[in-house]
Unconditional design. Sequence first.
Length: 101
Amino acid sequence: MSSIELQSKSKSSPVLVSVLANLLFVLLLFFIDEGNFNFDWAYNWGGWFAFGVYFTGILLCQCLTYLFILRKYKGEYKNTFTSVIGIPLGLALVICLFLTM
């Protein structure tokens, strides 16, 4: 009788994980925007521009977090830490960007 060892560790791409986490977060953010709880913002180009700014800014901070802050961390939760640290930093960066305009 032979035993089969199943490995559940998958090597997911950090870019794919960051993009998906960022997309879900920004969609949630735009869904609850102004208490409307809908996606009516998608009908005008200004909404898509703001979506792109938020998505790009947060993704940039996630990538910077992965490259610089977590450079020496070799654990299995590196992708999770990238999202947990990068999303709030990116959101703060984008909000500060809008407040200075």
